[in-house]
Design a protein around this ligand. Structure first.
Ligand SMILES: [Zn+2]
Length: 135
C-alpha cells in the first residue's frame, strides 16, 4: 500500500473528510526522506495510535523488516499496541487533516522515516491532553 506524502487520501473512501492528505504510506520501491524523530514526537504518535481510526481486519506488515517477526507490536504505558491494521489522524490548527497508517510510528522509530514538515508541525500543535480526557 503506497501513497506519496501529501497526496489526497483515497484508501478507505467515505471514511474520511474530503481534503485529507496521505502521510507515511511507505514502500521499499519508493525512497523516503530520513531523520531522527524526537522522543516527544514518537510519544505523541503512539498516543494517537490508541485513538486510531479505520481499523481493518487484515494487518499490513512492515516491508522494511526482513529478519524478525513482521507484525509490528509496540509496548506502551497502556499495554501492547499492534501496528499495521489501522490509521491515525493528525489535525493542524489551520484545519488540515493528515491520514497515516499506525505503522508510521515504527517507520519513524526503526527506519528513520521523516514525515513532511507540515505534518510534524501539525502534530506539534495537537493538544493530546485534551484527547486523553475523552477516555
Ligand atoms: Zn520495520
Amino acid at each position: 500500500m503506497y501513497f506519496p506524502d501529501i497526496s489526497p487520501y483515497s484508501y478507505l473512501k467515505g471514511a474520511s473528510e474530503p481534503g485529507t492528505l496521505n502521510v507515511g504510506w511507505l514502500h521499499p520501491e519508493h525512497p523516503f526522506p530520513t531523520g531522527s524523530p524526537s522522543e516527544q514526537t514518537l510519544v505523541k504518535i503512539l498516543v494517537l495510535c490508541r485513538y486510531c481510526v479505520n481499523q481493518t481486519r487484515g494487518t499490513h506488515h512492515c516491508y522494511f523488516c526482513t529478519d524478525h517477526p513482521r507484525v509490528v507490536q509496540v509496548q506502551s504505558d497502556q499495554g501492547i499496541i499492534c501496528l499495521g491494521s489501522a490509521e491515525i489522524r493528525v489535525m493542524s490548527r489551520a484545519g488540515k487533516v493528515y491520514a497515516a497508517p499506525t505503522l508510521i510510528y515504527h517507520y519513524m522509530k526503526n527506519h528513520n522515516y521523516r514525515p513532511p514538515n507540515e505534518f510534524l508541525e501539525a502534530l506539534d500543535e495537537m493538544d493530546l491532553q485534551k484527547l486523553e480526557r475523552f477516555e
